[in-house]
Structures are given as structure tokens and as C-alpha cells.
Design a protein around this ligand. Structure first.
Ligand code: FES
Length: 238
């Protein structure tokens, strides 16, 4: 098998990569940052969030870097006013579509959606919030699924299928009504295929999948230290 090396430019920097590599992979190898959300190294690329869109000279449309293979002589631009505009719009649409209330989210401060919003300078939402009435599935003994925080990146679906081999997760419905479901839309806790490995929780970019006991309301305060300290101090002063 012959290995084909291609040469291209990304942001005016001459780079090279294997013909089987995507624009995103070659950009990463050359320390060129492109925002991503649905992409996760180690999983198949899905190309659904469109945050990684780049401009390619000679093409009027934008191309998702995570699923676009490099070509010889390609001239790629990863940062421009136009790209920033679309990336900000995507983040705003994601925030407006569900109920991302960061202040009370389990992932506040550890959320990729929040990080992207900050990095792209999204400080307000131009679109009307939809405030959908979505459920929280807390039927699993160790984990919680909160549809309100889900951005439908399908990382959970892919890691469960491609890495764990269980294929517990899937997506039901279409478009704005899409929801992540376990097995054939059964409560997660009753799933017969879930192995409880927690891989889906760890690849989730937001607070949609989390471990129980980590939410703000479940924050257990450990206060027995206070009477213990007081008793010891009282003894010292005797
Ligand atoms: Fe490429 Fe989501 S990261 S489309």
C-alpha cells in the first residue's frame, strides 16, 4: 500500500498530511485551533454541529473540517469574520433551543458549550428561547440524563456503540424534537443493554449526562467536623 502525502496551506501556513487525514486532523497536528463540539478524537466523525466550518479557496460554501479530507494544494482559512459570525450563531441557537441554565448545571465551569461561548465571545442570545418542557431521567442507580442540557452531539451514542459495544443509546425523532434514548426509549435504569461503564457520561460535553450526587441540589454538606472540633477545643481549655 502506498502512503500518499499531500501538501496544503492552513491559515497561510504550509503543512502536509496523509491523504486519509481530515483538515481538522492536519490542523491539530500543526497547532492550529478549530472549534469543535460533536468531534471527539477516538470516535467516528459525525459532522453535525458545524462549528468546525472552514473556508476553502475556490469554494463558495463552508466545509466541516472534521469530515473534509485534505487535498493537494488546498488553501484553508480557519478564522475569518464570516466564520466567527456563523460559529457564534450556532452557539446561540444551541443555547436558545433547550434549557441551559449554567448557574444550576452540574457541569458549570466544566462545560464545552460554555467554554465555546466564552472563547467565541457569545455574551447574549439574539434568538428567542424556546424553553421546551423536557424531562430528566434519573432512573439509573448511578447516572442522570437531563435532556435540557443535551446538544445532540451523539458522542454518547458513538462511544457506547463503537467503544463499549453496547449500543444502548440512540436518537429518536427528527430535528428540534430529537432526543437521546436508551434501548427502545425505556428509562435508563431499566435498560437491558447498559453495562454501567459510564463512558457516555465522560464524553458528554455538557451536563446532559452526569454522575448522581454531583448536582447543586445533591451537594451533600459534611458538617460532623464541627461538633468534633468544638468538643476537642473544649477539652483543651479544661
Ligand atoms: Fe465538525 Fe461538529 S466538530 S461538525
Amino acid at each position: 500500500m502506498t502512503i500518499q502525502i499531500l501538501t496544503l496551506t492552513i491559515d497561510n501556513k504550509q503543512v502536509s498530511g496523509l491523504a486519509s487525514e481530515t483538515v481538522l486532523q492536519v490542523a491539530c497536528e500543526n497547532d492550529i485551533a478549530i472549534p469543535t463540539l460533536c468531534y471527539l478524537e477516538g470516535l467516528s466523525s459525525h459532522g453535525s454541529c458545524r462549528l468546525c466550518m472552514v473556508e476553502i479557496k475556490g469554494s463558495a460554501k463552508l466545509h466541516p473540517a472534521c469530515v473534509t479530507l485534505i487535498q493537494e494544494g488546498m488553501e484553508v482559512t480557519t478564522q475569518s469574520e464570516r466564520l466567527l459570525h456563523y460559529r457564534r450563531s450556532i452557539i446561540q441557537l444551541l443555547f436558545s433551543e433547550r434549557n441551559h441554565v449554567c448557574a444550576v448545571c452540574v457541569s458549570n465551569g466544566h462545560c464545552e458549550l460554555q467554554d465555546l461561548a466564552r472563547d467565541l465571545g457569545v455574551n447574549h442570545i439574539d434568538f428567542p428561547y424556546l424553553y421546551p418542557a423536557l424531562s430528566v431521567d434519573a432512573s439509573h442507580s448511578r447516572f442522570v440524563l437531563d435532556h435540557n442540557r443535551c446538544v445532540l452531539c451523539t458522542r454518547c451514542v458513538r462511544v457506547c456503540s463503537e467503544i463499549e459495544g453496547a449500543h444502548t443509546w440512540d436518537v429518536k425523532n427528527r430535528g428540534i424534537r430529537s432526543l437521546i434514548v436508551a434501548d427502545f426509549d425505556t428509562p435508563w435504569g431499566t435498560s437491558e443493554t447498559c453495562t454501567g461503564c459510564g463512558k457516555c457520561v465522560h464524553v458528554c460535553p455538557t451536563g446532559a449526562l452526569s454522575e448522581k450526587g454531583k448536582s447543586v441540589a445533591e451537594m451533600l454538606k459534611k458538617r460532623p467536623f464541627l461538633p468534633y472540633l468544638m468538643a476537642n477545643r473544649a477539652q483543651e481549655h479544661r
